[in-house]
Each structure stands twice: as C-alpha cells, then as structure tokens.
Design a protein around this ligand. Sequence first.
Ligand SMILES: [Zn+2]
Ligand SMILES: [Zn+2]
Length: 157
Amino acid sequence: MSNEKPCPCGRDTSIDKCCAPIIENQDKAETAEQLMRSRYTAFTLANEDYIMESWAPETRPEEVDVDDDAIQWIGLEIEECEKGGVDDEDGSVTFTASFLSSGKLCHLHEKSRFVKHNGLWYYLDGETGSETKKVGRNELCPCGSGKKYKTCCRGKS
Ligand SMILES: [Zn+2]
Ligand SMILES: [Zn+2]
C-alpha cells in the first residue's frame, strides 16, 4: 500500500520513503537527524512502541503516554545538527516542534542528544523550552490550511 501524503516530519517526500521504514524496522536511521525525524513522526502517529524502542536504555522511562486526542502536531523544524553523522557515535539535534492543544499553539524547542549503540541511533535526553500562544477563533489556522482556525483544527483539539 502506498501513501503519497508528505511525511509529517516535514521532508518533501512521502512517509513511505521517509520515516515509515525506520519506524517499522525495515530500515535504520543513518543519522541522528533521521532518528529525530522518525521519532517526531512516531509522536504524530501515537506510536508508543517505536518511541520506547528508539530511546536509549540508560534513560528510557518505564512508559510513555502519547495522548493523541489532546494534541495535534503541526510541524517540525530542524534548526541545527552537531555531529550525529554516519561515522559519529553521538550527536545532537536542535529543533522546534509545533502543536495545537486546547486552543493554544505551542512551540516546543529542544536540543536533543543522541547516542549510537551497536550501529543504531538512540535518543538519549534533551533540554527543552517551550512557548505557548493562544490562537484566536478567527485567525488563520496554524496548520497551514488557509482556513480560519474555528472552521479547521479547533474542532479537533
Ligand atoms: Zn519523515
Ligand atoms: Zn487547521
């Protein structure tokens, strides 16, 4: 089955050629950035298993609770990568992930650290900061649809 929708991680390619093979363990993330993107996409799909699997064992929590009803993910922007390349053993990725929650637009800013174990990248930990803005009913929807917020995503979140 092919899925031609753009990948939620923001790359201009379909999810089947981007994050899905990594999330489904058919392919591995070559770089820390790829792992970061696949984890973001897993959050948008509320795929808790993959979020746990891609977490380094030394910092992995007991469980993750991805509440996909309360949050609507809007987009991911990768700002900076330090190391995290094919030949590196660690690295970090700075990004902003945006989501809507109860009528507010939130920008989660994080510098995540990644480590490689046995040739596979894992999320280690991150420093976060966030900023929240209320979205007016008549403002354009932050999802980029071009419609007013009240007639678009407001009903969903
Ligand atoms: Zn992707
Ligand atoms: Zn919308």
